[in-house]
Ligand binder design. Structure first.
Ligand SMILES: O=C(CO)[C@H](O)[C@H](O)COP(=O)(O)O
Length: 235
């Protein structure tokens, strides 16, 4: 990531927090590099405004971020209903459908997003695309039960074509293991798909736990550019 990309992330995160976080809310905290700037901004505001938020994490990383920034940590057990969730994305299309899971946290992210009244996405403007599947070239992340990864890979390739790759760790021998103890398959697909149909077909394969396709879930996406300007896309 260059400094220029970082400026975009900071701008998007700051504006999204300024416009949407309100005192007393239950706030879902996403995962990745952009959410770090949102949590920092929430913590800054909390010092002067006493926001009294309860923050629900989407990952181990988010849990640490909440605690390291002096915010109140909650869970879905204590707070099953969430006011807003803020998260990053790997790609965002013109209808604010998303590919997520580049950082491996898609399942908890999707659960938290589904419990939130509103989901706000923050990203640098490289993530902005008109058609899903054009700028994110690493494939659709899919969380799978470890014992089923091989048949799931084969079934995905048989049904949809493309290549379904087991995500391997970089500083450990073997596969990436998610916060939930599962494996990830990155499905590199050919061309534009009917994503709603693909998502339900993928979830119909035994062993698939969740997909990184977030369809019709987002209220607004904030894209920051290297000059610090932010474009907001709503539906
Ligand atoms: O889905 C995610 C993690 O699983 C992230 O939200 C997504 O990868 C975006 O990350 P970043 O803010 O670092 O670009």
């Amino acid at each position: 990531m260059t400094d220029r990309d970082q400026i975009g992330k900071i701008a998007a995160a700051t504006q999204a927090v300024n416009e949407n976080v309100k005192a007393g809310q239950i706030v879902g905290i996403g995962s990745g590099s952009t959410i770090v700037f949102a949590v920092k901004r929430i913590a800054e505001r909390n010092k002067t405004e006493n926001l009294n938020l309860i923050c629900i994490p989407t990952s181990f990383q988010a849990r640490q971020l909440i605690q390291d920034n002096g915010l109140i940590l909650g869970s879905l057990e204590t707070n099953p209903e969430i006011d807003i969730a803020i998260d990053g994305a790997d790609e965002v299309d013109g209808d604010i459908n998303l590919i997520k899971g580049g950082g491996g946290c898609l399942m908890q992210e999707k659960i938290i997003a589904s419990c939130a009244k509103e989901l706000f996405i923050i990203a640098d403007n490289r993530k902005d695309s008109t058609t899903l599947g054009t700028t994110w070239t690493k494939g659709v992340p899919i969380e799978v039960l470890p014992m089923a990864y091989r048949p799931v890979q084969l079934k995905i390739e048989q049904i949809f074509g493309g290549e379904a790759k087991l995500r391997m760790a970089s500083n450990k021998a073997g596969p990436v293991v998610t916060d939930n103890g599962n494996f990830l398959i990155d499905w590199i697909f050919d061309g534009v798909q009917d994503w709603h149909q693909v998502d339900s077909q993928l979830k119909g394969i035994p062993g698939v736990i969740e997909t990184g396709l977030f369809l019709n879930m987002t209220k607004a996406a904030y894209f920051g550019s290297p000059d610090g300007k932010v474009i907001v896309r709503t539906k």
